[in-house]
Write a protein that binds this ligand. Structure first.
Ligand SMILES: CC(=O)N[C@H]1[C@@H](OP(=O)(O)OP(=O)(O)OC[C@H]2O[C@@H](n3ccc(=O)[nH]c3=O)[C@H](O)[C@@H]2O)O[C@H](CO)[C@@H](O)[C@@H]1O[C@H](C)C(=O)N[C@@H](C)C(=O)N[C@H](CCC(=O)O)C(=O)O
Ligand SMILES: Nc1ncnc2c1ncn2[C@@H]1O[C@H](COP(=O)(O)OP(=O)(O)OP(=O)(O)O)[C@@H](O)[C@H]1O
Length: 509
């Protein structure tokens, strides 16, 4: 069982300039558990006071048997030994890693950040590495900590709270896995969920405005800063040179990583090829709904040394998936994947709710996808329209309530540019009226040729779009993938899931 002594904790916190003072602390005392939830505190555990905290939680933790607490403020009326720190989130991350014996050091870790493509790239990577290694996965969709069915569960956050993250990582190690692929959200850095965590390979996929607003990032600069933390916390770095803010991200990477360990890739014809030390250049060989194929060229010595130049089939349609696939190929090669396994892993893949396609007999082909902001909706719709210039592109979408308000105009803009029919509907409306959200999207579809309607019930909206489509049309159901719930008025209300609804209905029609 894990065990951690106060003396070790204080030394660790002092090294990181986090310790303010202690109160009634026995340096030789140790803990048999750690928790940030009073309801799960047990005898002999160390309790963290964090977030929207109320003092009664500490009393509750004590009643449940907690033997000390860590906090940014002292609660004098609760008689418990205390470790007072200047940042409880950073402290919790460090102590969690230490409590489990720094499990990251027993794993080869690959981390992805980016506004779009984290989940896709993580699944690609696991699919490749599974041919050679035993691989864990921390993704927005699933968390996989071992090989048995019980070791796979739905994730509640893209990157979990540090204590949960290191708990899961410890499971990965205990279950005998040797590699871990994970998504790192900007919130993870903002909230210090991954403070002190260093990755073997860190991949920066792209950045565009998103997650800016109440409860997330105050500004784009803050969002970029948070995402860039991955670059200075990775031994080797892969950067998509076609993403915006390349100078910024490259210089950030160079601050801590020597250029020899930074791998840049770009698409053939990219303007960045003349200005940056590009290592890989890829070109599209085939870019249809039926076949997505690229050629990857190594254009530097260190790129050549990875021996991955060649042609690759990508099992997911969409030109934007090419950059995800190239990033994945390089990252996988950096941790030892063979070219043969990279080819296999990229070509044979289904990712839950990411461009899952369903044929119908008498109507259009249906795609269920997770696009829910301008960058992703524009990428997917413009790709689908380019493939179907003479037939109709239907889209069914909404936008989440209580957050990401700036996403709504962007969705309208993308729909106006590439869709023929838009059925606006509910997507996790939260405490907002989904009709108001839909109205904002509709107001930004500046194209009278688009047939726009509102059907509040999401399942009805999906079935209507499919029924109205003809053979040859495409129907994009965007934004929820396989999410089995709708967030309504603070409650996760049960919902069949877009892919599940389409899978059943497409067989009937
Ligand atoms: C803003 C933020 O980071 N919030 C997260 C944070 O909330 P919090 O610390 O304020 O927790 P809280 O639920 O208000 O409760 C306060 C504390 O009291 C404790 N408590 C509470 C009740 C009780 O009886 N006893 C008790 O001890 C709780 O365990 C908690 O430690 O810690 C919680 C887990 O402890 C998270 O669930 C929660 O994520 C919120 C719900 C969330 O949705 N965050 C989103 C924005 C997010 O992080 N998204 C990113 C993806 C977006 C991106 O790409 O950037 C992600 O990584 O998923
Ligand atoms: N590289 C990319 N550029 C633009 N759009 C993309 C890219 N990759 C994927 N997408 C689109 O974005 C959607 C979400 O992709 P994915 O889940 O891989 O990204 P993510 O970074 O994990 O997103 P989120 O933070 O929203 O969970 C996909 O369903 C697709 O529509």
């Amino acid at each position: 069982m894990a065990n951690l002594i106060n003396g070790e904790i204080l030394q660790l916190l002092s090294e990181h300039n986090l310790l303010v003072k202690t109160s009634n602390l026995d340096l030789t005392a140790s803990y048999t558990g750690i928790t940030y939830n009073s309801r799960t505190a047990e005898s002999g555990s160390l309790f963290f006071c964090k977030g929207n905290f109320k003092p009664e939680y500490l009393k509750d933790a004590k009643n449940h048997g907690a033997s000390a607490y860590v906090s940014e403020v002292e609660y004098a009326d609760v008689e418990l030994p205390a470790i007072i720190v200047n940042n409880v989130q950073k402290t919790m991350s460090l102590i969690s890693a230490a409590f489990f014996g720094f499990p990251q050091n027993k794993l080869t870790t690959i981390a992805y950040t980016g506004t779009k493509g984290k989940t896709t790239s993580s699944y690609f990577t696991k699919n490749i590495l599974d041919h050679q290694y035993s691989v864990g996965l921390f993704s927005t969709i699933d968390t996989i900590v071992g090989k048995s069915a019980d070791d796979k569960f739905k994730s509640s956050l893209t990157t979990p709270e540090s204590l949960d993250l290191f708990t899961n990582m410890n499971q990965v190690v205990n279950n005998g896995l040797d590699h871990l692929v994970m998504e790192v959200s900007s919130q993870a850095y903002k909230k210090n969920r991954v403070y002190g965590l260093h990755y073997d390979v860190g991949v920066f996929l792209n950045i565009s405005p998103d997650h800016i607003g109440r409860n997330e990032h105050p500004t784009f600069a803050d969002y970029l800063h948070c995402k860039e933390q991955l670059l200075v916390n990775s031994s080797k770095v892969v950067i998509n040179a076609d993403g915006s803010h390349l100078l910024d991200t490259y210089m950030t990477a160079k601050a801590t990583t020597q250029p020899e360990d930074i791998y840049l890739f770009a698409k053939k014809g990219s303007e960045q090829i003349n200005d940056f030390p590009i290592d890989f250049v890829y070109e599209t060989l085939s870019d249809t709904l039926e076949q997505n194929k690229i050629n990857l060229n190594a254009v530097s010595d260190k790129a050549n040394a990875l021996s991955i130049a060649g042609e690759y089939e990508i099992g997911l349609p969409g030109d934007y998936n090419e950059s995800n696939a190239v990033a994945t190929a390089i990252a996988s090669a950096l941790v030892g994947a063979t070219q043969e396994n990279i080819k296999l892993g990229l070509s044979r893949i289904v990712i839950p709710g990411r461009m899952e396609h369903f044929a119908t007999k008498g109507h259009g082909t249906v795609y269920v996808d997770y696009a829910h902001n301008y960058a992703s909706m524009d990428s997917v719709l413009s790709f689908l329209k380019s493939q179907n210039p003479d037939s109709k592109v239907f889209v069914v979408t909404g936008s989440a309530g209580d957050k990401g308000i700036d996403r709504r105009p962007g969705l309208g803009k993308a729909i106006g540019a590439s869709a023929d029919v838009a059925i606006l509907t509910s997507d996790d409306p939260g405490y907002e009226n989904p009709k108001d959200i839909a109205d904002t999207i509709a107001d930004n579809i500046n194209n009278d040729a688009v047939n726009v309607r509102y059907i509040e019930d999401r399942k009805e909206a999906i079935l209507t779009a499919i029924n109205e489509s003809n053979v040859g049309d495409v129907v994009l159901i965007a934004g929820k993938g396989r999410d089995p719930y709708q967030k309504i008025n603070g409650v996760d209300t049960s919902y069949d899931g877009d892919a599940q609804i389409v899978a059943t209905y497409s067989k009937e029609v």
